[in-house]
Design a protein around this ligand. Structure first.
Ligand SMILES: *Cc1c(COP(=O)(O)O)cnc(C)c1O
Length: 399
């Protein structure tokens, strides 16, 4: 018992009544693209393991090897005694892959975004006019957290509307301090991409620092699969990405100039006051970074499967929005309907998460279908068949 339990219970009961209570279910991955729930195996369309690397034998082997060689934990934070040679090696490999001077590892993507933004904004906020931070309407919760921690008010532009961004920049020309543009290269709930080249041009014209979150692009898109920032080499000031999605492991990185990384290592609370990632995680990342450049065939197959899925969904009358990647929303609209569709798919052996407000705007509840290179064409056909049956059942039930 805690003294606040009555308050907690009140909140939880209320959430249950409003059908928005979140819960964690037990799920065991069984190979890439499959998951076991209770005693049933499902095709998994909900994971971010886009290349199946979390289950790759080389990735697992190197994680085991690093744990056996260096131990279970890093023992300390990076600045104390947690920076062993493998950190320097993996950060150098990341910087090479990203085409930047340097890279810095973080404990997680959430932590990087929440901690790096305040460190950056603090530098420009002193004395001079306060910084201006332009953010896409749909940026990830961790980026909001970073802005909130920095105490800045975001200037939000319409989702992926670079014309709107530019007009906002123009309207505030000559006012305020350093300008920042904060956005993502692939959006997690819509699967659409930003035009990174154009973004870089706009930033150049308006002298804005670009902070680009490549969580869903890293490993999957861009030259060598290392993200869309590769289409504007040297033009993105800060590239952030996570190692927990297509790279199959855990942790995150910031890539950019040497001065940027050194500055963050000196000032960023979420880097300084946390223990370095464990050796097994570094081993997995090291192996994933070796594999990613060799996986062009898997990436081509993944994108072809995504095209096939979008065509199939549209034929069923489901909107896929501006998706052009391995993340494909099937927009249903009503939250309850999205939930019941997800439940129907589950009875047919498919795990597809329903996403509803507040994660997405009201009236745009959807199934979020996340494809993996481990999915076969037959897996996708099964999903489309199951959706077709579930949708017609739903119509019958509604009638
Ligand atoms: C998943 C995600 C993160 C968080 O990364 P973790 O390593 O899982 O903490 C940050 N930004 C975006 C856009 C994401 O989708």
């Amino acid at each position: 018992m805690s003294r606040m339990d009555p308050l907690f219970s009140h909140y939880l009961d209320d959430a249950r009544r409003r059908h928005v209570l979140r819960r964690m279910r037990l799920m065991q991955p069984v190979g890439a693209g499959r998951v076991q729930v209770a005693d049933r195996c499902f095709i998994n369309f909900s994971s971010n393991d886009y290349l199946g690397l979390s289950q790759h034998p080389d990735v697992i082997a190197r994680a085991q090897e690093y744990a056996a060689r260096y131990g279970a934990g890093a023992q300390a934070s990076r600045l104390v005694c947690g920076t062993s040679e493998m950190y320097a090696a993996v950060e150098a490999k990341l910087a090479r892959a990203k085409g930047t001077e340097a890279a810095l590892l973080f404990a997680s993507g959430w932590q990087a975004n929440a901690a790096v933004l305040p460190a950056l904004l603090k530098l420009t906020g002193q004395g001079a006019a306060s910084p201006q931070v332009f953010t896409d309407k749909l940026v990830h919760a961790s980026l909001h957290q970073g802005c909130a921690a920095a105490g800045v008010k975001q200037i939000r532009f319409r989702h992926n509307d670079l014309d709107h961004l530019e007009s906002l920049l123009q309207a505030r020309e000559g006012t305020g301090g350093q300008r920042f543009i904060v956005t993502e290269s692939v959006f997690s709930m819509d699967g659409d991409c930003v035009d990174v080249y154009r973004l870089a041009q706009i930033a150049q014209r308006h002298d804005a620092f670009v902070y680009l979150d490549e969580a869903h692009a890293t490993g999957v898109l861009g030259p060598g699969g290392m993200g869309l920032s590769g289409f504007a080499p040297g033009k993105i000031d800060l590239i952030m990405g996570t190692c927990s999605k297509a790279l199959g492991g855990f942790g995150a990185y910031v890539a950019g100039s040497r001065a940027l990384c050194d500055y963050l290592a000196n000032t960023c609370s979420g880097f300084i006051y946390t223990t370095a990632l464990p050796p097994a995680v570094l081993g997995a990342l090291d192996a994933a970074l070796d594999l990613v450049p060799t996986m062009d065939t898997a990436r081509v197959q993944l994108m072809a499967n995504a095209d096939y899925l979008r065509v199939g969904l549209q034929a069923l009358g489901l909107e896929t929005g501006a998706s052009s990647t391995h993340i494909v929303p099937a927009v249903v609209g009503d939250a309850q309907q999205a939930m019941s569709l997800s439940a129907r798919l589950e009875t047919r052996g498919m795990l597809v998460t329903a996403i509803r407000p507040p994660t997405v705007p009201q009236g745009t509840s959807r199934l979020r279908i996340a494809l993996s290179a481990a999915h076969t064409r037959a897996d996708i056909t099964s999903l489309l068949d199951a959706l077709s049956v579930s949708l017609s059942r739903q119509e019958t039930a509604d009638a």
